[in-house]
Design a protein around this ligand. Structure first.
Ligand code: NAP
Length: 323
């Protein structure tokens, strides 16, 4: 545990990861002069895990916040903060992985990241003539070999994937000499990922939940979590019995009780703090059973990565039917 008692989990790489990370994605990205102070305040509030990606265009801000926190003495050394970043689709090619991580590190102003993830099982090429992108086949073996190289070089302490189905994880395990430490996937009370959790538990891969609140208000999100009557009912019942908690905190605590970690985004200082208040009470089995009744729907389907002329003809193919 760090000083503010955010629990950590031990990854199969031997490194520890705080179970709550702060997300930094928004569309459009928040400008650096606004995002850096927010991230510094998050670190002051106790966050020790920041999630970014080449795609989010927030790596400079995350790096700026780490530097500022060190200057202000909020942390004593860089290794007190866990930094996750991700390989974007246009860099998901054998000869692009290492340069892409080096570029991310340059933007972050760091020597290493704690976790480097393949953002999607998708590769894209940029057509410079008209600045468009086209989807090409995702060469998992070649790309993973380069991810392993990043890890062996010490540029990434742990490596993993994001948006992989259990079928793709299984294919990856066949070829990996360094096992993926994490699969970061959409997970919340409205998309509970029971099959993924069971599979990853068996294989020693950690599941990290993105959009734990359903990403309400984001261009990719839905209201399914924040406006769920079962969640409201559970929060209401718990208020009468166990703790003063709201539906958001129940949604986050439920993820923790599934053994997963979570990346939650708030750019509001009060809500950032509220989202950390989930460790001194329990949802428990009785309410957990109610939460299982919530209708299930994957929100982030990746429709933009499928089409008649590309590797995945449908979202069912992209997710290997796990949709
Ligand atoms: N690997 C991937 O493909 C992938 C995909 C999506 C996201 N992610 C990562 O996961 C992070 C989190 O996911 P997300 O941003 O999609 O969604 P999320 O964390 O589920 O939801 C964020 C939304 O919830 C609001 N919110 C946060 N705390 C709240 C509270 N206590 N009460 C009321 N509203 C609250 C935020 O608004 P305010 O900011 O106004 O508080 C924001 O609109 C992202 O930022 C990104 O780092 C990864």
């Amino acid at each position: 545990m760090n000083s503010l008692q955010i629990p950590e989990i031990l990854l199969n790489s031997g490194h520890k990861m705080p179970v709550i990370g702060l997300g930094s994605a928004s569309s459009p990205p928040l400008p650096q002069e606004k995002l850096v102070p927010l991230l510094v305040d998050a670190i002051a509030a106790g966050y020790r895990h920041l999630d970014t990606a080449a795609l989010y265009r927030t790596e400079e801000s995350v790096g700026g916040a780490v530097a500022e926190s060190l200057l202000r003495g909020l942390v004593k050394s860089r290794d007190e903060i866990f930094i996750t970043t991700k390989l974007q689709m246009t860099d998901a090619h054998r000869d692009r992985v290492l340069p892409a991580l080096r570029e991310s590190l340059r933007k972050l102003g760091l020597d290493y990241v704690d976790l480097y993830l393949i953002h999607w099982p998708v590769s894209m090429k940029i057509d410079c003539s008209n600045n468009s992108t086209k989807i090409v086949n995702f060469e998992m073996k070649e790309i993973w070999e380069e991810m392993e190289k990043c890890c062996r070089m010490g540029l990434a302490k742990s490596i993993g994937v994001s948006n992989f189905s259990t079928t793709k994880l299984s294919a990856l395990l066949q070829i990996a000499t360094i096992q993926p430490a994490v699969n970061q996937v959409e997970m919340n009370v409205g998309w509970q990922q029971q099959k993924m959790l069971e599979y990853c538990n068996e294989k020693g891969i950690h599941v990290s939940a993105y959009s734990p609140l359903g990403a309400r208000g984001s261009s990719w999100g839905s209201n399914a979590v924040m406006e769920n009557s079962i969640l409201d009912h559970v929060a209401g019942s718990m208020n009468k019995t166990i703790a003063q908690v709201n539906n958001v905190q129940v949604a986050l605590r439920w993820i923790y009780e599934q053994g997963a970690s979570m990346i939650v985004k708030s750019f509001n200082r009060e809500r950032m703090r509220e989202n950390l208040q989930v460790f001194d009470w329990k949802v428990g089995d009785e309410y957990g059973e109610k939460i299982k009744e919530i209708p299930q729907n994957r929100v982030v389907k990746g429709e933009e990565f499928v089409g008649p002329d590309v590797e995945y003809k449908s979202v069912e193919e992209l997710w290997d039917g796990e949709i």
